[in-house]
Design a binder for this molecule. Structure first.
Ligand code: NAD
Length: 468
């Protein structure tokens, strides 16, 4: 089986030990992940530090051109990367799976390449001028999760380098291989040392976030781990962007057009098999439309096949790993034991992979684990409510605040209600739509800072105010 290598200073680096990366659809070995030690961590930080001064001083136009060249290089290898992604992550190759993720990664790279951070003139008077400059921070450490390894990798790396930083990325040990290839491909066009990759287990990640050689950490993952990254940043006051867990609520108002809303609700909840940070994870439905909305969602669930991502008609792949699979099973069983009515799904599909069907659970409420906790998998709890105030109160009764949505035929009323949701992104008749020019991030315990657009790019800079 293929042995992958770390990419440090533009070259491949072997490690003393390796670990097999498993295909969640059939348990086969996809390839061998290098297990970096503290020595390789020091070496990669050193490489990124050495590359920083020249990259910082490279002209804006040149950095833009090189980011565009990265997009072209990824585009050229899109199919290879998509197949590797399906093998290690499990998502389907077609539909809204790996090729879709690659399109997102490439699209975001192109859009980010064109962003600018012009000098802002605060004051211009006869006796002086005040300007705000945005300068790169230094070496950025990036830690990514297993749900969208390549796309989230690009969300971290591209704005960091566009702004003039150098980067060390460390992917999830569950999905490291496509990220290694991504960085290798980036290195065919970038100067050496600008983007590097190391892989290893969670201990390496912890050591990385403690390492004094990083000036900033950008982290996407669970809230629990994000808190550890934040604690590790204290010693050197590293800058942080934390994109963390979510438990997004959707509120369906009595006047909803069920036929047109149900499809959006379904995909808002189950994109990437529910393994999406800003997926719709709790659905509050008014009692007068509750049964009809449930029926329509059950109907749509019946049209989507769960299976091996390489089969052309597969819509949903396996859950990515055993721990997540067990977590989803446990939450569904707990909901069932607490009065939840399973409308569809509800039991593992069996076989060699971590296959769990699309599952809808009715008649649950806040206080049940499936509603209160982030499931991050193919199950959606549907909660009945009587008044809009009750729905809003229950939607906001969460430590998370990533996204939220309102579904209604009355756009103005829906927008007014959506703005009362305590979350970083609020949608009307949609859930989860994001775009490269619109800031995205969480409030409360869903994160600190934003990604995307000029706001996101600024997170990879420090301010210098120049008085002259
Ligand atoms: P995770 O927190 O378990 O792991 C994420 C990364 O953190 C991995 O690379 C892991 O190796 C690393 N890590 C583990 N221990 C660490 C430590 N002590 N210090 C530093 N890093 C450490 O998350 P996951 O299971 O891979 O991903 C799922 C979670 O990510 C969900 O909660 C999901 O909502 C969240 N997520 C959020 C966003 C967002 O943009 N807000 C996007 C995608 C996923």
């Amino acid at each position: 089986m293929d042995r992958y290598a770390l990419i440090i200073d533009g070259g491949k680096v072997e490690t003393p030990e390796y670990r097999a990366v498993i295909n969640p659809a059939d348990g086969s070995v996809v390839g061998q992940m290098p297990l970096a030690t503290a020595a390789e961590l020091d070496r990669v930080v050193d490489a990124a530090r050495r590359a920083f001064p020249e990259w910082r001083d490279t002209s804006d136009e040149r950095r833009k051109a090189l980011c565009r060249a990265v997009a072209d290089a990824l585009e050229e290898k899109k199919e290879e990367l998509a197949r590797l992604l399906t093998a290690e992550q499990g998502k389907p190759l077609a539909k809204l799976g790996s090729r879709f993720e690659m399109d997102g990664a490439i699209g975001w790279t192109r859009a980010t390449a064109e962003l600018n951070l012009p000098i802002e003139v605060i004051e211009e008077a006869a006796d002086g001028r005040v300007e705000v400059h945005r300068k790169p921070i230094g070496v950025v450490g990036s830690i990514t999760p297993w749900n969208y390894p390549v796309m989230i990798g690009c969300w971290h790396v591209i704005p960091a380098i566009r702004a003039g930083n150098t980067v060390v990325i460390k992917p999830s040990p569950l999905t490291p291989l496509a990220t290694i290839r991504m960085v290798e491909i980036m290195n065919t066009v970038l100067p050496r040392g600008v983007v590097n990759v190391i892989t290893g287990d969670d201990d390496l990640a912890a050591e990385m976030s403690r390492h004094q050689g990083f000036d900033k950490m950008v982290f996407t993952g669970s809230t629990a781990t994000g808190k550890k990254v934040m604690a590790s940043a204290v010693d050197t006051l590293k800058r942080l962007t934390l994109e963390l867990g979510g438990n997004d609520a959707g509120i369906v108002l009595p006047d909803v057009d069920i036929a047109s809303a149900a499809e959006g609700i379904f995909w808002g909840a189950f994109l990437n098999n529910g393994q999406t940070c800003a997926a719709l994870k709790r659905l509050y439905v008014h009692e007068c439309v509750y049964d009809d909305v449930c029926d329509e969602l059950v109907r749509i669930a019946g049209t989507a096949k769960t299976g091996n991502g390489l089969e052309a008609d597969t819509v949903f792949g396996p859950v990515q790993n055993k721990a997540q699979f067990d977590h989803v099973s446990e939450l569904v069983n707990d909901a069932r034991a607490n009065g939840g009515r399973v409308l569809v799904g509800g039991n593992p599909l069996g076989g060699d992979g971590y296959f769990y069907p699309i599952t809808l659970v009715a008649d649950v409420d806040n206080g049940v684990r499936l509603v209160d906790e982030e499931q991050f998998g193919p199950v959606l709890p549907i909660i009945r409510y009587a008044t809009v105030d009750e729905a809003l109160q229950k939607a906001n009764a969460s430590p998370f605040g990533l996204g939220g949505s309102v579904w209604s035929s009355d756009l103005a009323a829906a927008k007014a209600l959506a703005s009362k949701l305590e979350c970083g992104s609020a949608w009307v008749n949609n859930h989860g739509a994001i775009q490269p020019n619109a800031p995205f991030g969480g409030v409360k315990q869903s994160g600190i800072g934003v990604e995307f657009g000029a706001e996101g790019l600024k997170e990879f800079t420090v301010v210098q105010t120049v008085f002259s």
